[in-house]
Design a binder for this molecule. Structure first.
Ligand SMILES: *Cc1c(COP(=O)(O)O)cnc(C)c1O
Length: 392
């Protein structure tokens, strides 16, 4: 042993001795594989008879710690953590919908979700009918014999709030599963399962993690829907990575305070924008004239961190505004981080639509979407006020 050479010493991983005390910060466990004691144990682990880990794609400790937090946040029985928000949607559809079945989806869903529920699932023989998810009668008509209804709690970018109680009622009547994408709200503002949804998903990449440095998703629901979920995540390769899970758990530590502060800031921003002559319209669930005021008051504990506003003067005005603020409020087509960011839906999230389709959704060249952060409200308001006042 004393004379072992470097090529005998280095290739094998060393044993980590954690000492006799417990590390207070959670460890990251990046191993892709676990050592089994014998064939009896490997057999029991792989066929699910024993709890434990064998291969990271099928499950790992950092994902399980994060999933347990998501379960608690949503009062859910089961959560699977996936490699992205899109992977969470894929996991739901591939586990619970099959060829020949129909999905009813909101026309206002996130662009990539519409792609998944459009050409991607069409290739698998699954048909999607798009509806206005705020038109309860239209959803009821389309949901006859549907397998799944997919809506977002708060939609992008016009921040419509889905009538979850009525939609859950329709799901119950028709036997469809209601899947709610709760990315904009997070469980800090809304817990859709408590309003009758069967499944809730989040892009953890956004407000849940809150620092724009992670790609992850979550899907939560009840035990009775979970039969195929682990197998689908393993077979289609939708699993998460340990470091991302570790970062997201750290991000979640401040979820409640971040969302509370950002929502209070967003309320002030929305009110400032409403009163400025350069602004044609403001979409914010916390405003008294929001079209879904009743659903907002019923479902959300605050208005959320997103504020959308429409400048008179179209694309030119939007470009001037972005140029005026971008040093302090960067133009980033994502959302939910600690700092305030701005996005332009026409040229980013909704660029794939025709002008007519965008108009139907209430988006034009002058539409801007703020993801309000946790800075001092006065600082954000001052920046916006200066940029608006500087109009030619
Ligand atoms: C970003 C987003 C997704 C997709 O999540 P990723 O983590 O980017 O894959 C889904 N739904 C909504 C509402 C989103 O904003």
């Amino acid at each position: 042993m004393a004379n072992r050479k470097a090529d005998d010493i280095c290739p094998r991983p060393g044993r980590v001795d954690l000492g006799s005390t417990t590390p207070h910060a959670p460890p990251i466990v990046p191993t892709s594989v676990w050592e089994c004691h014998d064939t009896e144990q490997s057999e029991a682990l792989l066929n699910g008879a024993a709890a434990g880990y064998v291969y990271q794609r099928d499950g790992h400790p950092n994902a399980d710690t994060l999933a347990a937090k998501c379960c608690e946040l949503h009062r859910a029985e089961r959560t699977v953590i996936t490699s992205s928000g899109m992977a969470a949607l894929a996991a739901a559809v591939l586990s619970l919908v099959k060829s020949g079945e129909t999905i009813v989806a909101s026309r206002r869903l996130y662009g990539r979700s519409l792609l998944l529920l459009g050409t991607e699932t069409e290739r698998l023989g699954i048909e999607t009918r798009l509806v206005d998810s705020n038109d309860v009668a239209e959803v009821r008509g389309a949901a006859e014999q549907a397998r799944m209804i997919v809506v977002e709690t708060i939609s992008n970018p016009t921040l419509r709030v889905a009538p979850l109680v009525e939609l859950a009622e329709i799901a119950k009547e028709t036997g469809a599963l209601l899947l709610v994408d709760n990315t904009f709200a997070t469980p800090a503002l809304c817990r859709p399962l408590e309003w009758g949804a069967h499944l809730v998903m989040e892009s953890i990449s956004k407000s849940m993690n809150g620092h724009s440095d992670v790609m992850l998703g979550s899907l939560s629901g009840s035990e009775d829907l979970w039969g195929r979920v682990p197998q689908v995540v393993a077979a289609w390769g939708l699993a998460s990575g340990p470091f991302d899970c570790w970062l997201a758990e750290r991000g979640l530590a401040t979820l409640a305070v971040r969302v509370e502060r950002a929502s209070a800031n967003a309320q002030q921003v929305a009110e400032l924008l409403t009163h400025h002559p350069a602004v044609e319209r403001v979409d914010y669930p916390g405003l008294a004239d929001h079209p879904d005021r009743a659903a907002t008051e019923q479902l959300l504990s605050a208005g959320g961190s997103m504020v959308t506003f429409h400048l008179a003067g179209g694309l030119q005005a939007a470009n001037r505004f972005i140029a005026a603020v971008r040093e302090q409020i960067p133009f980033c087509p994502s959302l939910g981080e600690t700092g305030t960011t701005i996005s332009h839906p026409e040229s980013t999230s909704h660029r794939g639509l025709t002008g007519e389709e965008r108009a139907a959704l209430g988006i034009d060249g002058g539409t801007l979407r703020l993801s309000v952060g946790i800075e001092q409200a006065a600082t954000i308001c001052e920046l916006l006020q200066t940029a608006l006042d500087a109009r030619p």
